[in-house]
Write a protein that binds this ligand. Structure first.
Ligand code: GLU
Length: 866
């Protein structure tokens, strides 16, 4: 025990002596927060542990609002007045230029850790942040390795965008690079980045470069997940060196391919030790959650670099450095400064962020990065990149599974035969001269690209010039087209709309089908039928109309009967006579019919029921009318707006029946055409489609091609379902060793929805797809044509004619009765009436003398009135 204490005491005395006799060099630090200050102080503490040195560093640091350049400048002057030998920070684009000028003027070594670009080799500044231009080369190499032909860069500000600036060069290489700024609309802040993300999602692009500040990175990832962009078809490269400090756990199970980079390994011993030390210096318990970010690691490295430089300098010179307090207001400067700066620029140390060294210009262009991929186990290093040779040492930067690596497909190069048939493979529409695989695009091109990613093989496309898929010549027993090429061995794989058939299977091997389809009928879209003249009767079926008529008569008779039965309906015709000789009833049979029709037509009839019974019956009738009229109106609106479409046939049987061939019903679709009309055969699908468009012609084609045509030619449609079931596969030489691997990868693409996504992309989105599903602009209701309401006019006309005819008949009857009663010639009386009718000006009709002289005649004439 005593020995232990003695040893400790001796050590303490030794250390104390070492420290006490040491020269002290002050270093200043300007930082944006308490964490950076602590890191700076901790780093100074670490370097001072070197017992061999004859000096120690003394940290003088302040936290300052670096956006305020004047304040920062004043704080720097205070530090200079203390006689510092080096100034660290501030990490700010706002105040850094001022501090840099001050240090240049006063010849004080200045060490920056921020990505600040305005760096001149003659300056006193040393910036140990990896140079943005070099970083951008890294992202360029990554995109090249992934072979992305199109992608979107999502960036938050121009400063961050600079670190991926070289990616824009891909545009001139014929690839599509789209830039979208992550901005929040002030009016709908609550939506965050979601509206923008939804917009980019609709473009169908699945590859993204995410360049944003660490403080918003997690929010952006969360919102990407919320808009459904964190599924396994999406790929992201996160261009942020602090990616590992962000909480990525919620995204690691989604299967999304997230790649990132880092310059320091948070699990390395030195990093873990430094973090522990910084934590120990924190008083507050909540700071335990703090993670070492890049900038803090660079502060540690900067302090270490500075220490090592001073150490070497003093060792070489065998003397100490003379320090001097500097006043900002004087013209004074520290003459020893430049010597230290030059040593800093030529020195190198192994820091937390790897080897810290500078090129002759003073830029930190030489550094290594780890390429990371987010997996269910967290971030996994899948590759390395070195700035010196700009080369990705691919442990695995492609999405190659471990099993994939083991298989013999890995790193093999295949010749893939394609056929230029839409949308399976097409020449890119590009003004720039393209070469190699870049020349082609299409569904099959993407499928091969996806398979290569999974299995890790390389590929070169060649084109089947004659576009023939492959048929067996029965005479020579030789295969032509793509199948022939595979047999000859000129290509390893063949992919297009190549149907797997039993015959082809005898000559080559196929993978599992990557697309399922069948034969179907392509025909013109059904034409709308012109509306019938009597459309207004359509809302009710015949039985309803009949029931309505019957109800009308029944109710009219009921009211008539009720009227007669009910004493209250018998009314005094002369209200002034208290005791009338007789009573009258308003509900005669004619009035009852008129009363009910008035209600049915939603009009009045001037007849008002008085008795409870007639009122009840009328009320119920009105209720019935209300429901019937409302139903009629609602249904009529639907009938007037809905177009009825007619198809001459609805399936293959009806089509065959149209050909008036009894046997055709049981014939295959090909026989249906060839047997009866060989002239109807076409060699190219396109010719068939054109014939359907221009002639009365139904074309039997593969459903995939029908779908492609109907997405673009809106007058065409598929009629009926599929007539058979088949699939397209990738052909390869018989007994190929890689068939199973390819089949498994195809199934994986199917299960993960990649194939569906590609189908939508090439059928419905690219090259004019989706044209026919777009809604017409405006969408307001169209005006009704005369055809729609013609029947109503017809009824009006017929009704008016009937009325006119009725009134003429009434007149004839009246004249006949009158001539009979008064023993006048019928003709003469009719003439007199007609004469009066023709004199249109006469509005007063004089009662004829004969009638006027005899009151009875007049009375009797009343009875003839209809
Ligand atoms: N799938 C067909 C074949 O493999 C070619 C396309 C077509 O006939 O429409 O031969």
């Amino acid at each position: 025990m005593v020995r232990k204490v003695t040893v400790s005491l001796l050590c303490f005395v030794y250390i104390a002596t070492c420290y006490c006799g040491k020269q002290v060099y002050k270093i200043g630090g300007l930082f944006i927060d308490e964490h950076q200050k602590r890191v700076f102080e901790t780093a100074t503490g670490i370097v001072n542990k070197n017992l061999r040195s004859s000096f120690k560093l003394e940290a003088h640091s302040v936290v300052v609002d670096t956006r305020n350049s004047l304040l920062t400048y004043n704080e720097a002057c205070k530090l200079l007045r203390k006689g510092i030998v080096g100034l660290f920070g501030p990490s700010s684009v706002h105040s850094s230029p001022y501090i840099q000028s001050l240090c240049d003027l006063k010849e004080i070594p200045h060490l920056e850790t921020h990505r600040y670009l305005n760096l001149d080799k003659d300056h006193t500044l040393v910036n140990i942040h990896p140079h943005p231009k070099t970083l951008s080369k890294l992202y360029f190499n990554l995109v090249e390795a992934f072979d992305w032909h199109s992608f979107i860069i999502l960036y938050d500000n121009y400063e961050n965008l600079l670190s991926v600036s070289s990616l824009l060069e891909f545009n001139s290489l014929g690839r599509t690079v789209v830039l979208r700024q992550l901005q929040i609309n002030e009016k709908s802040e609550i939506d965050g980045y979601r509206p923008l993300l939804t917009q980019v999602k609709l473009t169908g692009e699945t590859k993204y470069i995410l360049v944003c500040s660490t403080n918003i990175l997690e929010t952006v990832l969360q919102q990407l997940q919320q808009v459904g962009m964190m599924t396994d078809i999406y790929r992201y490269i996160i261009a942020n060196l602090d990616m590992q400090t962000v909480e990525l756990q919620p995204f690691q199970y989604a299967g999304t391919n997230i790649t990132g980079v880092r310059v320091m390994d948070p699990e390395s011993k030195t990093v873990v030790d430094t973090v522990k030390r910084v934590h120990r210096s924190f008083k507050l318990i909540e700071d335990k959650a703090w993670k070492l970010d890049l900038e803090s690691a660079l502060i540690v490295d900067a302090v270490q670099l500075f220490y090592e430089t001073i150490f070497q300098f003093t060792e070489d010179q065998k003397s100490s450095i003379r320090t001097k307090p500097i006043d900002c207001k004087s013209y004074d400067s520290w003459t020893g400064g430049y010597t230290i700066i030059n040593s800093l620029k030529t020195n190198s140390v192994g820091g937390l962020t790897g080897s810290v060294k500078f090129d002759p210009e003073g830029f930190r262009t030489s550094f290594n990065v780890d390429i990371l991929e987010l997996t269910p186990r967290g971030l996994v290093t899948v590759g390395e990149w070195n700035s010196t040779d700009s080369n990705i040492k691919s442990k695995r930067v492609e999405r190659v599974t471990l099993e994939g690596k083991k298989r013999h497909l890995f790193n093999r190069t295949f010749t893939v035969l394609i056929s230029l048939s839409k949308p399976y493979a097409m020449l890119k529409e590009n003004t720039a001269q393209l070469t190699g695989n870049d020349r082609y695009e299409g569904f099959c091109v993407d499928v091969i690209d996806e398979l290569a990613r999974i299995l890790g093989f390389n590929y070169t496309f060649t084109v089947q010039e004659d576009g023939a898929n492959g048929n067996l010549d029965k005479l020579t027993n030789e295969w032509n087209g793509m199948i022939g090429e595979i047999i000859k061995g000129t290509a390893d794989l063949a992919i297009t709309d190549l149907t797997i058939t039993s015959e082809r299977e005898t000559a080559v091997d196929f993978t599992m089908p990557f697309m399922n389809l069948g034969i179907s009928i392509l025909y013109k879209k059904p034409e709308p039928v012109p509306p019938s003249l009597l459309m207004f009767v359509s809302p009710f079926s015949v039985s309803v109309w009949v029931m309505l008529g019957v109800s009308y008569f029944v109710v009219s008779i009921t009211i008539f009967v009720m009227g007669r039965l009910s004493p209250r309906e018998w009314q005094n015709p002369f209200p002034c006579v208290e005791e009338p000789e007789y009573l009258i009833n308003q509900f005669t049979i004619r009035n009852s019919l008129w009363f009910t029709i008035g209600a049915l037509m939603q009009q009045g009839s001037e007849l008002a029921p008085i008795a409870i019974s007639t009122r009840t019956a009328s009320g119920i009738w009105w209720f019935f009318v209300l429901i019937m009229v409302s139903s009629y109106t609602a249904n009529l609106a639907a009938f007037l707006t809905v177009e009825t479409l007619v198809t001459p046939f609805k399936n293959i049987n009806e089509l065959a029946a149209q050909k008036k061939s009894n046997t055709a019903l049981r014939k295959t679709e090909q026989q249906l055409i060839t047997s009866d009309h060989p002239e109807n055969m076409v060699t190219l699908n396109e010719d068939g489609v054109n014939k359907v468009e221009t002639e009365d012609y139904a074309f039997l084609m593969e459903s995939t091609s029908i779908e492609y045509a109907t997405e673009r030619k809106c007058t065409l449609a598929q009629v009926g379902g599929l007539l058979d079931d088949k699939g397209y596969g990738i052909a390869m030489a018989k007994d190929s060793a890689y068939r199973n691997d390819l089949s498994r990868a195809v199934l994986r693409l199917q299960e993960t929805g990649v194939l569906t996504g590609l189908k939508i992309k090439w059928w419905k989105e690219k090259r004019g797809g989706g044209k026919c599903s777009r809604k017409p602009e405006g969408g307001e209701a169209t005006a009704l044509d005369l055809q729609n309401v013609g029947g109503v006019f017809l009824v009006l006309f017929i009704g008016a004619l009937l009325g006119f005819f009725g009134s003429f008949m009434e007149l004839l009857l009246y004249v006949y009765q009158k001539s009979k009663v008064m023993s006048l010639p019928f003709k003469q009386e009719l003439k007199r009436e007609l004469k009066f009718f023709v004199e249109l000006k006469q509005n007063v009709k004089v009662v004829s003398e004969e009638v006027a002289a005899d009151g009875t005649t007049e009375k009797s004439l009343l009875d003839y009135k209809l």
